[in-house]
Design a protein around this ligand. Structure first.
Ligand code: 3UK
Length: 511
């Protein structure tokens, strides 16, 4: 059981205690041309905390919006907010004014720290949101910028004495199915995720160099690229943009050893397997979306590295089912991470026997509490969070992902999981990426339709479509084959790399 002192500030635990323990001169964080030690990060965070409190009038409990690509300054701002007893609300860099407005209103944001390059949309939102009173921009060379204000402040700051159960993060879900939900996380949740998955599954060493793609506004990135490396005295590389080419360059330039990214990025990076095999990379973590067995095999063949899969969520803050390299099983996500319980239940919430598909339910120290949201009762039943995923547990207790519960296609009475057809297509050498949906059909109710991105040099046309259809029929039960195939140059994805199947669906029709 995890035990935390009743008074706890997670910034003290992760940053100030690291410096006090003698890690001050260790390299902590690189990015945007900067190289900061733990002591540098502490000094920067302290200066920003002083700006927040003395210039911007922040008091404990205020919600502070953060908006920037992954940079050391964003990390310093995050710690500054937590140090001063504020609540950090990190936002995805690509959000527009309209989406920011929803977040500002829902979280009653009073203060914002923003990278000047992303200020425009926030300023538009701020005009519509009187609740937002104080905005400071960084990366700003002018006298009005955050950096100038920081220079006028002390590099010392006494952290606010918060309770372990005080909220310190509001993390918004991506909201593909309606208004985004804000999840509340406490100081002890931050320490709990550090004590669970990385301590039991990743087990990093202080020599590790972390790198990856998820933005810090996505809690996969916050944990993987900031909190976990710091907890273990390692260092992290923050990339402002993290395309496969930029990841490759970053891994090479900084000697990165631990990579966090999503399945789609592993598929693209696998083409550079030789360079990666010869380099410093040794641990690779996949989350955000189901990891197809074909992608796991592709990556292992290309690099010699066994992927660590893990399902996490904004609700639970980080990964709660996973397996390390030695325990991993193709086709399975893994087993509940120590500290968490997971089970597969029926529509009434009753546990199902092994090998039966049902709803994934999870329970643990970090969730699930939505901020002021009646949907709490729908997604949390008897203390268990229903994730919206269909899973089964095998005889050995491994959890196998089936689909999102709303991505089941029903065609001529057959239940077909969209991702099962996608997995089959990904095994074909011509396929780079694909997405499968159900489209309305007079005769069958729905038919399976595949959207396919071909590998370079492959020809989009009826011959390829037919070859792919035949291939699926030979790979899985023939009734699952896509009766319609459409070729696209790219697939619609969220900033968290999740496929947006709803954007492929015909307006008004289908499921
Ligand atoms: C899906 C997966 C199968 C699944 C996240 C790691 O993705 C994260 O959080 P979100 O709130 O989405 C949660 C949903 O994403 N998913 C994530 N990982 C996997 N499905 N296999 C996986 N390995 O539908 C889940 O319900 O955006 C992931 C850490 C922190 C996170 N916030």
């Amino acid at each position: 059981e995890l035990q935390f002192a009743p008074r706890l500030n997670c910034a003290t635990e992760l940053l100030d205690k690291a410096v006090a323990a003698g890690w001050g001169n260790r390299l902590c964080i690189r990015g945007a041309g900067l190289r900061w030690t733990y002591a540098d990060l502490q000094a920067q965070a302290n200066r920003i905390a002083n700006v927040l409190v003395h210039d911007m009038g922040l008091v404990p409990g205020n919600r502070v919006l953060l908006r920037a690509p992954n940079t050391p300054m964003l990390a310093a701002c995050w710690f500054a907010v937590i140090k001063s007893g504020g609540i950090a609300v990190a936002t995805m860099p690509m959000l527009r004014a309209k989406e920011l407005q929803v977040i500002i209103e829902k979280a009653q944001i009073s203060h914002a720290l923003c990278d000047l390059r992303l200020a425009e949309e926030l300023q538009l939102a701020a005009q519509k949101c009187p609740v937002l009173r104080q905005l400071h921009c960084f990366n700003d060379p002018s006298d009005d910028g955050l950096e100038a204000a920081m220079a006028r402040q002390s590099a010392r700051f006494d952290n606010i004495d918060t309770a372990a159960d005080d909220t310190c993060i509001l993390a918004f879900t991506s909201g593909t199915t309606g208004v985004p939900k804000a999840t509340m996380h406490f100081h002890r949740d931050v320490m709990a995720i550090c004590a669970c998955w990385p301590a039991h599954v990743l087990r990093p060493s202080p020599d590790d160099v972390f790198i990856g793609s998820p933005p810090m506004a996505f809690t996969f990135g916050l944990g993987g690229l900031l909190l976990f490396p710091m907890k273990f005295g390692a260092s992290t590389v923050l990339l402002e943009k993290a395309s496969p080419a930029q990841l490759l360059e970053g891994i090479r330039d900084h000697g990165a050893s631990v990579l966090f990214t999503a399945p789609t990025s592993y598929r693209a990076l696998a083409a550079q397997g030789e360079a990666l095999r010869a380099g410093t990379l040794r641990r690779c973590v996949s989350a955000g979306e189901a990891l197809p067995a074909a992608t796991r095999a592709l990556w292992h063949e290309a690099t010699g590295i066994v992927l660590i899969d893990g399902i996490g969520s904004t609700e639970m803050l980080h990964i709660f089912i996973s397996a390390d390299e030695a325990q991993s099983r193709p086709g399975a996500t893994g087993k509940p991470v120590p500290g968490y319980q997971a089970r597969v239940v029926d529509a009434e919430g009753r546990p199902l026997p092994p090998n039966t598909v049902g709803h994934l339910a999870v329970r643990g120290p970090t969730g699930c509490r939505y901020l002021d949201d009646p949907r709490q009762a729908q997604y949390v039943q008897n203390g268990w969070n229903l994730t919206g995923d269909a899973y089964l547990v095998d005889d050995d207790g491994y959890f196998h992902y089936q689909s999102r519960t709303d991505d089941m296609i029903i065609s001529a009475g057959y239940n077909i999981a969209a991702c099962e057809v996608e997995e089959a297509l990904l095994l074909h050498p011509a396929v780079a990426e694909c997405a499968v949906i159900g489209v309305p059909d007079a005769e069958r109710g729905q038919i399976v339709k595949a959207f396919v991105v071909l590998r370079p040099g492959q020809e989009a046309g009826p011959d390829t479509a037919r070859a792919l259809q035949d291939f699926v029929k030979q790979t899985v039960a023939p009734y699952k084959y896509p009766r319609a195939v459409e070729f696209l140059p790219a697939l619609p994805r969220t900033e968290t790399s999740k496929l947006q199947r709803f954007r492929l669906r015909p307006p008004g029709g289908g499921s």
